[in-house]
Design a protein around this ligand. Structure first.
Ligand code: NA7
Length: 538
């Protein structure tokens, strides 16, 4: 069914990124549609997020049996996770297993960082260049660069003066970092900092945590998987996957159909106690009003704040850690292993940046408004230029010379997070406007890859080779994304990266679709059933 002959100088499809999304997209276009498809990958191996994020304690917050592909029986039956939450090395092994099982490596070019892509209307082709000067043309371009791939290194004066070493967690050295006997400063207490700090504290002489915004965290309760559980997963794979596809957040559990505000206090306490013991993101799912009703959310928030005060023995530290200014789970809710406990160690200090902000980095360490903190190593656990940063780095120019960065100057405009007006034949897997970071990513990636594949198959059958979403459709979808966000407590958190607030100058637009993965899929299916309504195909 290939739309090109082998002698054509261009590919049918070029995919950027060899993480979960790029691997599956390659497989489905190459092996299902018979397209000549290739992946360009900046790293020297597959893995995407899990290739770059090798910081100590890097682990997935989704349960392992839901953090995998289900589209191919060989991948389900041929793989076994060792723990409830897979660590970075195990996920990287898994993605290599996927690559080899599906024989994908031969169509991936490594060490190929894309730094330009231009649409050629006359030939209906994308011309893509890499940093080292390669040029490749393809009918379709699929971005599989992920939502959190562009590291956010804050512009703090003086970093160039620092005599020690510094690292960003999202660009961690492959050989690792030896913290033994070192004085380490960690900036950031998001999901990453909360994972890394307890591990770094095990070997460092001293860890100083620089906290700007206090954060909730739920104990992960990570543990090895029993042989019985591993067997059950394989036996019940179909049901597990069905649950993931109908769940609001793509996890292998559903949100309980009860209201925190309508539950008597004693019962509510018992429900939270049990959920705290179970641990992980399931805590968020015990009441259906936690994310939409402030009073409901307060019950969860107060419960966690009390736990923090109980866990952290030093009352001053406890107060700084429990002084959380946003609703529970309205920013990305971390889960942890020994996070709050770590503050009971003698070698872990906490600096409240709200009280004593960072003034600059010096030769010797970090100077806050009240003192200098001498350091040998600074770890920036400061997150990502989320959702749009990775796409902007590709320097994409669409039809009529339209640049993605200019077109999105006021925030991303997409239809379904899958396509952008003015950028024909470009698809963005888990792009802004899709559930993306609010969803467990593998099932969301499967859904996107399958939608794109089905769409291209339909086009092949019609003999069409150009697809572009319309301005109207993107306008309407933008309204739906905002409506969905406004219906939740997430919209009100002004310093959240969901709104782009962590990157100076970034427009404040709520980027992921908060209407639920279940609802989102129905909308995507309906669009396809209506002959790709909102997309011009020719
Ligand atoms: P996040 O969630 O963006 O967290 C970054 C942290 O760094 C957060 O605590 C920030 O504080 C802090 N930060 C950022 N810039 C600064 C400056 N300039 N000074 C002090 N503190 C700062 O990133 P993560 O890597 O933890 O997690 C990202 C996702 O990766 C996560 O959701 C998982 O899906 C995996 P703030 O809250 O902005 O005040």
């Amino acid at each position: 069914m290939s739309s090109s002959t082998q002698s054509d100088s261009h590919l049918d499809a070029l995919i950027i990124g060899a993480g979960f999304a790029g691997l599956y997209q390659l497989h489905s276009l190459r092996d299902r549609l018979g397209m000549r498809a290739q992946v360009l990958e900046a790293g020297d191996g597959v893995g995407g997020t899990w290739y770059w994020n090798r910081y100590p304690g890097a682990r997935c917050d989704s349960e392992s049996h839901s953090y995998m592909f289900y589209f191919d029986e060989r991948l389900v039956q041929g793989w076994e996770w060792s723990q409830r939450y897979p660590g970075q090395p195990e996920i990287l092994r898994y993605l290599n297993f996927v690559t080899d099982t599906l024989d994908l490596r031969r169509d991936i070019t490594f060490n190929a960082r894309v730094n330009g892509a231009e649409w050629d209307e006359a030939n209906r082709l994308w011309h893509v260049r890499t940093e080292d000067g390669r040029q490749i043309s393809a009918r379709y371009l699929v971005s599989a660069v992920g939502c959190l791939s562009s590291a956010n290194l804050p512009q703090i004066a003086g970093l160039e003066d620092f005599q020690g070493d510094w690292y960003h967690t999202g660009q961690w050295p492959h050989e690792g970092v030896d913290f033994t006997g070192k004085r380490v400063g960690v900036i950031g207490t998001g999901a990453t900092g909360i994972q890394a700090i307890p591990v770094i504290a095990q070997t460092a002489a001293q860890v100083t945590v620089f906290q700007r915004t206090a954060n909730y965290s739920i104990p992960a309760r990570n543990q090895p998987l029993t042989p019985e559980f591993k067997r059950e997963i394989k036996e019940n794979a179909t049901e597990i996957y069905a649950t993931m596809r109908k769940a609001t957040n793509g996890h292998a559990f559903l949100i309980d159909d009860r209201l925190a505000v309508a539950t008597p206090e004693e019962d509510r306490q018992e429900i939270y106690d049990k959920a705290w013991e179970v641990g992980g993101l399931r805590f968020r799912a015990v009441f259906k009003d936690i994310l939409v009703d402030q009073a409901a959310n307060d019950t969860a928030a107060d419960y966690i704040k009390d736990k923090i005060r109980q866990m952290v023995k030093d009352p001053k530290k406890a107060e700084v850690l429990a002084d959380i200014d946003h609703p529970f789970a309205a920013k990305r809710p971390p889960i942890d292993t020994n996070y709050f406990d770590v503050y009971n160690r003698d070698n872990v200090g906490l600096v409240d940046l709200r009280a004593t902000p960072i003034e600059r980095i010096t030769q010797a360490g970090i100077r806050t408004s009240d003192q200098e903190h001498p350091l040998d190593i600074i770890v920036f656990a400061t997150g990502f230029d989320a959702m749009t940063g990775g796409l902007f780095k590709l320097n994409i120019t669409g039809s009529g010379g339209r640049k993605l960065k200019d077109y999105w100057y006021a925030g991303p405009r997409t239809n379904l997070g899958l396509q952008v007006p003015g950028f024909p034949n470009l698809f963005t897997i888990t792009g802004p406007g899709s559930p993306s970071v609010l969803c467990n990513l593998p099932p969301q990636i499967e859904q996107h890859v399958e939608w794109i594949t089905e769409c291209l198959k339909t086009m092949q059958a019609k003999g069409a080779d150009r697809i572009e979403t319309t301005e109207d459709a993107a306008e309407q979808w933008g309204e739906e994304v905002e409506r969905a966000a406004r219906a939740t407590l997430l919209f009100g958190v002004k310093h959240s990266w969901y709104l782009g607030a962590n990157v100076p100058g970034k427009p404040r637009v709520f980027m992921p679709y908060a209407g639920g993965f279940d609802r989102y899929q129905k909308i995507c299916d309906q669009v396809a059933a209506d002959g790709y309504k909102g997309f011009a195909i020719s």
